[in-house]
Design a protein around this ligand. Structure first.
Ligand SMILES: NC(=O)C1=CN([C@@H]2O[C@H](COP(=O)(O)OP(=O)(O)OC[C@H]3O[C@@H](n4cnc5c(N)ncnc54)[C@H](OP(=O)(O)O)[C@@H]3O)[C@@H](O)[C@H]2O)C=CC1
Ligand SMILES: O=C([O-])CC(=O)C(=O)O
Length: 264
C-alpha cells in the first residue's frame, strides 16, 4: 500500500506538533515543508525544507497542510491547488477576503484538486452548518486567553497586558474586522463565520484574562433549529501560547481522514 507523504507550509509550533504526532501514529509521514529562507536552518534534517513553492510542487506531496500565516494562504496555496495537489488550510482567517475565496475555488477547479479548512481549535461547526440551512438569527463567539497570548497584537496598545488584574474585554465587532486585526488569534472565528452566518454577521468578543489557564472559546447560536452553546477550554501548545493543542490535533485528524476511504 502507498504510504502517504505530506508537506506543511510553515514549520512552527503547529507543524512541529503535527509531525511528531503523525510519526507516532505511523500511517502518514510529514516529510517536507515550505518555509521562508531565514527559517530553513531551524528545520530538522529529517524534513526536506523548500523555500520556493515550485520546488515543493515538483516534489509531488500527496497532500499539503498550510500551517503558516494568512499571507502564505494568499501566496502559496493557489499554485499548489492549480498543480493538482489537495490543500488543508489552518490560517482560515485569510478567507475573510472574498476575492481570495474565489481565487482558491478557481485554482482547485482548474487543478482538479480540493481545498478544505479544519475545525481547528473550535467545535460545533457541524451544528452551525446544519442550523444555517433553516436560518440562523444570531451567532456569537467569545475568545478568552491569558494576556501573554495577546502579545504582539493590537490588544497591546489598548491594554497594559502585563499589569492586568481582572478579565478585560478589548474587542467587540465583526469576524471580518477580527480576522484583519488579530490574524493569529481569530482563525476560529473565521471557521465559525464560514459555517454559519458569514464574516460580517458573526459577532466576536475578545478577552484578555489573567486568571485563565486555557485558551477558551465560547460559541452561541440561535435560529429556527433552536439554541446551541458550547465552551471549549483548550490547553495551549508549549511552543506557542496563542495556539491551542486541539488545533494541531484537528489538523492531524483531517489528514488521517483525508487518506481514509471510509469517512466515519
Ligand atoms: N484554525 C485554527 O483553529 C487555528 C489556526 N492557527 C493558525 O495556524 C497557523 C500556524 O500556527 P502556529 O504553528 O502556532 O504558528 P507559528 O508562528 O508557531 O508558526 C508559523 C510558521 O510559519 C512560518 N511562515 C511565515 N510566513 C510564511 C510563509 N509565507 N510561508 C511559509 N512559512 C511561513 C513562520 O516563520 P517565521 O517565524 O520565520 O515568520 C513560522 O515558523 C497560524 O496562522 C495560526 O494563526 C492557530 C491556532 C488555531
Ligand atoms: O488556537 C486557538 O486557541 C485559536 C487561535 O489561535 C486562532 O483561532 O487563531
Amino acid at each position: 500500500m502507498h504510504h502517504p507523504s505530506i508537506a506543511a507550509i510553515g514549520f512552527g509550533a503547529m507543524a512541529r506538533s503535527l509531525q511528531k504526532s503523525l510519526e507516532q501514529h505511523g500511517d502518514v509521514t510529514l516529510s517536507a515543508c515550505l518555509v521562508p529562507e531565514a527559517f530553513r536552518a531551524s528545520v530538522p534534517d529529517t524534513i526536506t525544507a523548500y523555500t520556493s513553492v515550485e520546488d515543493l510542487i515538483a516534489a509531488k506531496p500527496d497532500l499539503v497542510v498550510e500551517c503558516a500565516t494568512h499571507d502564505a494562504v494568499r501566496e502559496s496555496v493557489p499554485p499548489i491547488l492549480r498543480a493538482g495537489i489537495d490543500v488543508i488550510i489552518v490560517s482560515i482567517g485569510a478567507l475573510a477576503d472574498r476575492d481570495l475565496r474565489e481565487t482558491l475555488q478557481d485554482a482547485a477547479h482548474s487543478g482538479g484538486s480540493r481545498v478544505s479548512v479544519v475545525s481547528g481549535a473550535i467545535g460545533g461547526l457541524d451544528v452551525l452548518r446544519a442550523g444555517a440551512l433553516a436560518g440562523l438569527e444570531e451567532v456569537t463567539y467569545v475568545g478568552r486567553k491569558p494576556p501573554r497570548a495577546w502579545a504582539g497584537t493590537p490588544a497591546e496598545t489598548l491594554l497594559n497586558l502585563s499589569a492586568l488584574t481582572e478579565p478585560t474585554e478589548f474587542y467587540e465587532g465583526s469576524a471580518t474586522q477580527a480576522a484583519h486585526d488579530y490574524p493569529k488569534n481569530t482563525n476560529v472565528t473565521a471557521a465559525v463565520a464560514l459555517a454559519g452566518v458569514g464574516f460580517d454577521d458573526t459577532r466576536v468578543k475578545l478577552i484578555a484574562d489573567p486568571t485563565a489557564q486555557t485558551n477558551s472559546h465560547e460559541l452561541e447560536a440561535r435560529g429556527a433549529f433552536g439554541r446551541f452553546r458550547i465552551v471549549l477550554e483548550n490547553n495551549a501548545l508549549p511552543e506557542n501560547p496563542k495556539t491551542s493543542w486541539l488545533a494541531a490535533l484537528s489538523v492531524e485528524q483531517a489528514v488521517l481522514r483525508h487518506f481514509n476511504s471510509m469517512e466515519v
